[in-house]
Design a protein around this ligand. Structure first.
Ligand code: 5GP
Length: 244
């Protein structure tokens, strides 16, 4: 076990702890769940364990396919060791099919296939509800350099190709997702997580959501949906265990 020192950050689904090695951190995945910028809160029993395993699977696959990311290794049921990056305060949303805030913004029905992949940037500021920003805002506020933005775009599109392909094999459509990136020793690394908390996954046959939208919109069977994604990805059948 790593020697955890201070908590560095507490996010919606995770806590991040410093370790004795300044280049590393420990992510602890929680069952705690937030939606609509914290207006709706709850618990998805076992989510932390499931997301820890799904992220291990995703980051390992992305590493094998050449996408540099923060993951080092899974430590136990709820914790993973990661590289301690400096998070870039801009999230990238990648969209293949209209859903969520894009459906509201452009008035297209959920499920409309987009003619090309859409990339959106949001300022990472929960108090402002993570507003949409464009590339000129990002450089005007010195949030990231044009080179960093180009690299984040490249990596986001590559993640889309890889994860869409992998999910298609298990009859899941990747509708959209949100990514975060960080700076680490002169490189841009994919950070945060790739899980049903950050992606919209629809069953390819029924178009039923298998992600956090089940919690956001009270669709029921939330734990089952997370377990189903893990099971289809890894064959792992986890009994959900409540966080202590
Ligand atoms: P939308 O902008 O349509 O609400 O979200 C687009 C994608 O980003 C969806 O996959 C959604 O789950 C994810 N996403 C949006 N906001 C958040 C957030 O605050 N936290 C997390 N973890 N994911 C988000």
């Amino acid at each position: 076990m790593q020697n955890i020192t201070d908590m560095i950050a507490e996010g919606k689904g995770k806590r991040l702890y410093a370790t004795e090695n300044p280049d590393e951190a420990v992510v602890y995945y929680r069952d705690e769940t937030f939606a609509f910028h914290g207006l709706k809160r709850g618990r998805i029993i076992g989510k932390g364990e499931i997301n820890n395993l799904i992220c291990e699977y995703m980051f390992t696959m992305l590493t094998e396919k050449g996408v540099p990311n923060h993951f080092i290794r899974r430590i136990d049921n709820r914790c993973s060791l990661v590289k301690r990056v400096e998070i870039i305060p801009v999230t990238v949303k990648v969209r293949n099919i209209v859903a969520g805030s894009l459906a509201k913004r452009i008035g297209y029905p959920d499920g409309t296939r987009l003619k090309n992949t859409v990339l959106e940037y949001c300022l990472k500021d929960p108090e402002l509800e993570d507003p949409l920003v464009n590339l000129t805002h990002i450089t005007a506020m010195s949030l990231a350099t044009p080179e960093e933005i180009k690299r984040m775009e490249e990596l986001s599109l590559r993640v889309n190709e890889i994860v869409s392909g992998c999910m298609a094999e298990i009859n899941i459509e990747l509708i959209d997702f949100k990514l975060e990136f960080g700076r680490y020793k002169g490189q841009i690394l994919l950070a945060d997580e790739v899980s049903p908390d950050t992606c919209r996954f629809w069953d390819a046959r029924t178009h039923e959501p298998l992600d956090i939208d089940r919690f956001r919109h009270d669709l029921g069977d939330v734990e089952e949906a997370y377990r189903e994604v893990l099971h289809r990805l890894t064959g792992n059948v986890l009994k959900n265990t409540e966080e202590e």
